[in-house]
Write a protein that binds this ligand. Sequence first.
Ligand code: SF4
Length: 279
Amino acid sequence: MLTNRLNLPASIVSAVANDPYVGGGDISVTRLIAPPFQRKLRRQHATEEDVTDRIWALVGQIGHSILERYKPERGVAEERLYIDRGGWSISGQFDLIEDRILTDFKFTSVWAQDGKIEWEQQLNLLRLLAHDHFMNTHDARYVVDTLQIIAIYRDWQKSKVGTKRYPTSQIGVIPIRMWPLEETITYLDERIAAHQHPDPEPCSDEERWKASDVVAVMKGGRGKAARLFDTKQEAINWISDRQGYFIHVRAGEYRRCAAYCDVSHVCPVWQQVVADTPF
Ligand code: SF4
């Protein structure tokens, strides 16, 4: 159910509510790489989502509509493919395949310029679907030997160009590692089995996008850390014979649970974290 807690304009609510996205098959590639525990909760509970949580998805769709202006002469664009495996039909839609390069367009942050593991998983599964399609049709336009993301940095600032590793343009081309096909098939089978399990394990730290713990070296009653380290040993080495310092480990945040999971309000794992957090 879609809610509108901030009373946003009806035009925006309507644009979000009339999402033309169609999945198809028993599960999509996007859902397949997401946590099985999250999917189980989604099936068990009628999920509630607010318009505000769907704005970035809307912006992404606007961008894709504009990018559809590009008509590849030697390739194919915006096509949904299917593969049957493990008793399921798996669907996935690619943005563009041209000159053997499978490209996905992402509206993302400059902080994602090194890529994400989810992108690697998604693009390798799409490549497998394209390969399967090629084997069935012998249409050479579906042959892929390179994977890439074309990133459109939504938070890019011209004034920061020239600072450490900052992208020089609002558009970045991010190469994605391509797996051997056998490895992709193994990964696909593992994901199908995980999602078909009647009682999946709670999400792992990796699936919850846990940030690294930070080791803070504190002094006296000051609230601000004197130094921050990645490991306890580094902090101990720094303190050495300094007097009056102590170590405080700050647990990394579960970023997906905190801000990017539509079932967090019914998730027992996350609700326990919320209940244990002092305010
Ligand atoms: S809130 Fe976190 S642990 Fe719970 S389903 Fe979502 S991602 Fe998984």
